[in-house]
Design a binder for this molecule. Structure first.
Ligand code: KG4
Ligand code: ZN
Length: 342
């Protein structure tokens, strides 16, 4: 019998819900939160409140889309088709996680269905299993988001090992913080990407850190950009915006690609995926594809909608957890920080 999962993601500033049937994504709804823009970053309290407002309509729409329901009201019998309710349990902003967790627990209790707790970073990696053209195990995944930068060795869906990570800022933070220095609004990553397409990536040189093993550091880059900009006039920065964005992006992408190359050499695994919000970056996508062609690796790049935070990745992870009968109790709590599950 087909396994149908309703998945909910609410770890940061996207309220998302998705339905999967046998690991195939049938719907994927995301509500963003424009409220944070004017603060230059996500305001946790406002994010939790927005999740409270969004979660019912988002889940409602995900169910309607998946089962082609045109009516205003959900027929109650449709909920019987759901075999399990999954939610993001960690890591994330605690107030935000609580909204999704509480909603999922209540639904699981009222429908008498099993509950599945999902680790957000594991889900980013497994987003690569959504398309038909997917990697086989083992594969490497560079997970680059606003909060994390990791190289993961995926041995099976539920056996992921972090073999490298950032010792300070995440790659997404490096994009967002340098964008802020350039006077761009939050989140600056996608804007750097946009302007970089029009600029010269080799015009300005910024510090590349020398960090051992497969670990990363981005705080030096941010300082290097800051010191450079402090010496320039606002007119210069304005006139060189595209080249500055292209050069910053180039530096970040080079840092990431060099470590991925090292990871392939160390592990002998040459199937390489990317995941997380920064994997939407065109410089990284193109750079990885080129590098893969040059070295004979198989590279996998998820569709944009599965790169940034979404519930489809929670659903696919929950699907594997369902197969392993890995269910959560109804008294489970979300947690802001949590080690990667093994
Ligand atoms: O995975 P995600 O949606 O949320 C977290 O779990 O953090 O990642 C968000 C991060 C932000 O830092 C955002 O600026 C960055 O991903 N991002 C990008 C692009 N799209 C999103 N960074 C560079 N280029 C992009 N196109
Ligand atoms: Zn994320």
């Amino acid at each position: 019998m087909a396994i149908t999962i309703l998945a909910i993601e609410s770890s940061c500033d996207e309220t998302a819900a998705a339905i999967s049937v046998d690991g195939k994504i049938m719907s994927n709804i995301i509500a963003g939160q424009a409220v944070h823009e004017k603060y230059g970053g996500v305001v946790p309290e406002l994010a939790s409140r927005a999740h409270m407002q969004n979660i019912v309509p988002v889940v409602d729409q995900a169910i309607k889309d998946a089962f082609n329901i045109g009516s205003e009201k959900l027929p109650p019998a449709i909920l019987e088709k759901i075999d399990a309710i999954a939610f993001t349990q960690a890591p994330g902003l605690i107030g935000c996680l609580l909204v999704g967790a509480q909603f999922a627990k209540s639904l699981a209790l009222s429908l008498n269905k099993p509950l599945i707790a999902v680790h957000h970073m594991q889900a980013h990696v497994l987003a690569n299993l959504i398309p038909e053209n997917r990697p086989s195990f083992p594969f490497l995944c560079l997970t680059v988001s606003g909060g994390h930068t990791q190289i993961v060795l995926a041995k099976s869906p539920l056996d992921l090992e972090v073999i490298g990570q950032t010792i300070d800022d995440a790659a997404g933070e490096a994009f967002d913080k340098t964008a802020k220095l350039l006077g761009l609004p939050y989140p600056g990553g996608p804007l750097i990407d946009k302007y970089a397409a029009l600029g010269n990536p080799l015009k300005f040189k910024f510090a590349e850190p020398q960090i051992p093993e497969l670990n990363f550091s981005f705080s030096g880059l941010k300082t290097s950009v800051l010191y450079f900009l402090q010496k320039q006039s606002p007119e210069f920065i304005q006139a060189n915006q595209n080249d500055l964005c292209a050069s910053v992006q180039y530096t970040i992408v080079q840092i990431l690609l060099k470590k991925i190359k090292k990871a392939v050499q160390q592990t002998g695994v040459n199937q390489v995926c990317i995941a997380g919000g920064v994997s939407a970056n065109s410089g990284l996508r193109n750079g990885l594809t080129e590098m893969g062609e040059k070295h004979g690796w198989k590279t996998f790049i998820p569709a944009f909608e599965y790169c940034t935070d979404n519930a489809a990745m929670i659903a696919i992870t929950a699907h594997y957890k369902y197969l392993a009968a890995d269910f959560a109790q109804l008294d489970i709590n979300p947690s802001a920080r949590a080690e990667f599950e093994r």
